[in-house]
Design a binder for this molecule. Sequence first.
Ligand SMILES: NC(=O)c1ccc[n+]([C@@H]2O[C@H](COP(=O)([O-])OP(=O)(O)OC[C@H]3O[C@@H](n4cnc5c(N)ncnc54)[C@H](O)[C@@H]3O)[C@@H](O)[C@H]2O)c1
Length: 305
Amino acid sequence: MSDVANGRLLVVGAGQMGAQIAVQSAMNGVDVELVDVVPEALERGRAQIVAILDRNVEKDRSTRVDADASLARIHFSSDLAAAAPRCDWAIEAVVERLDVKKIVFAQLAELLPAHAGIATNSSHIRAESIAGDAPYSDRVLNMHFFHPLTVMDLVEIVAAPHTSSQIMDAAVAWAARIKRTSVVLNKAVDGFLVNRVLGAASREAFALLADGVASFPEIDIAVKRGLRWPLGPFALADLSGLDLLLQSRTTRFEKHGEAGDKATMDIVGPLVAAGRLGRKSGAGFYDYSVDPPAPLPLPSPGAQS
Ligand SMILES: NC(=O)c1ccc[n+]([C@@H]2O[C@H](COP(=O)([O-])OP(=O)(O)OC[C@H]3O[C@@H](n4cnc5c(N)ncnc54)[C@H](O)[C@@H]3O)[C@@H](O)[C@H]2O)c1
């Protein structure tokens, strides 16, 4: 096992999460290889990283010298075969597709030194589904970071059935090195911890709205003030995207038949059909063309606005 304190990190996928993992690591002194197969994605990743570093300088959270040093620690590349052998740990942050992740894991197992852990940042796909019983399956695990990563100080760490204890210890040490708090789950569950708790609370909020207990702005105010959430569940749904929410709750309803998922489908379905996808489309539960965002009427006949 290499010394984590001096090890070099490989991040595969320079999208939203990969770029943030890379910059969070570089800001904490880690040399990073950031690899993406799409050259434009590497450019976008670099722009995202530069924006984060510039904002830190503007807000006096870092000096220009430190920001420049962090950027210099990140090596951008589309050549996995050249980058991987130099690294001691890998975090895969490519698109959320099992087939793509399987190919990337197999490439990493081939190219990385034998001591290197292979972590996936997937929100839903378990490392065991990607690696199966492959000979390298003692080196794979889930490390689930949160967006925006430089603000959200958490990583959920989950072993696969064959993951060695040395790799788990190294994962916790890597998380500490890049200053993210780690929580190690005893077993893998769909949605890990945070999204399980959030999903339960959100389904309950939709069920209360469907039952006419209060309007959605009132529920948002109650949850913000009563639980000290930064956003209420409906404003949060707008932030995540109502189309994605509709998709995940529909899948879950088909599997478990839960009332809160059905309530979400009944309320969010007409919004999505009307093009109200949340913040990204300018309107969802709230209208984002005004500041502060204003609650909008709900089109669904059963729902209260
Ligand atoms: N976005 C979030 O809020 C969030 C939060 C936690 C976890 N995740 C997980 O992180 C992963 C990445 O999500 P994202 O939002 O950053 O996606 P994204 O679409 O922004 O980025 C994915 C990147 O992977 C690249 N890619 C695709 N195939 C590749 C390959 N074979 N080799 C190298 N690069 C490849 C794409 O070019 C793209 O730049 C997903 O598994 C997702 O579930 C996302």
